[in-house]
Design a protein around this ligand. Sequence first.
Ligand code: OGA
Ligand code: MN
Length: 293
Amino acid sequence: MAIAIRQVGPCFAGEVDGVDMRQPLTPQEAAAIHAGMDRYAVLVFRDQRIDDAQQLAFTQSLGEIEHAIGTSLRAASDYRLPTTFADVSNLDGDNAPFARDDRRRLFAIGNRLWHSDSSFKPTPAKYSLLRAVSIPSKGGDTQFADMRAAYDALDEETKAQIEGLVCEHSQMFSRQLIGFFEFTDEECERFKPVRQRLVRTHPVTGRKSLYLSSHAGGILGWPIPEARGFLRDLVEHATQREFVYTHKWRVGDLVMWDNRQTMHRARPFPAHEPRDMRRTTLAGDGPTIAQAA
Ligand code: OGA
Ligand code: MN
């Protein structure tokens, strides 16, 4: 069956028909999926009854994987999933929901702020692929915002102002926004800020996008309060309803997004209910600083 994509969001996001992730992708199918990502930036695949190995194989047929070691507060001994996965669930190593005040849960609540995955790494992520294994009885949607449309809608003066700006990103900045301040010396070292351009250009389509994330806590050469106020205004602009697609999860959904062109955030859900979400991630092709805007 040929791959078909139907737009489901306001200006982006498509639902894909004709892909069965239990089967290997042909080169033609992989090319159609990449082309779909270039156009829609978020792709939804419904009813994929796959296991972790099949998710990993599908991911690897689209590019090189980014390992998830060291990006959360989970100790290696309490990993539920292989280190090729980011465990986006609220579950501990015994598959029990974290207690409400568990430090690992509170850190993960940072995902409820608009962000782009791994913008806190020197080479940030390309695509993320998130699969719903179990979902809560209510809430827990994921929202996406189109950073190309948001860029296009800026006035010319703002576009000129931001063109060459470089931001500092760290998971400590996003956690500080939600009142999480306690980091060990080891975590401060591990979460040291990295630099990212504020305007990115897509290598295939040539479209520009705003590279925003709640991890961004400063702009090089700017006083901190001025930078944070400016970035907050940009996020507010970029996440207006006309740029946002809300995904309501069903078990068996796999949603893939391009972190170079979108932001996303999780929405709240009842703390005691399991929400088992498993993410594989494709590595980006280099530091954004080295890439021309
Ligand atoms: C992620 C993420 C949001 C969610 O997987 O990177 O931010 O709704 N997930 O779980
Ligand atoms: Mn994320």
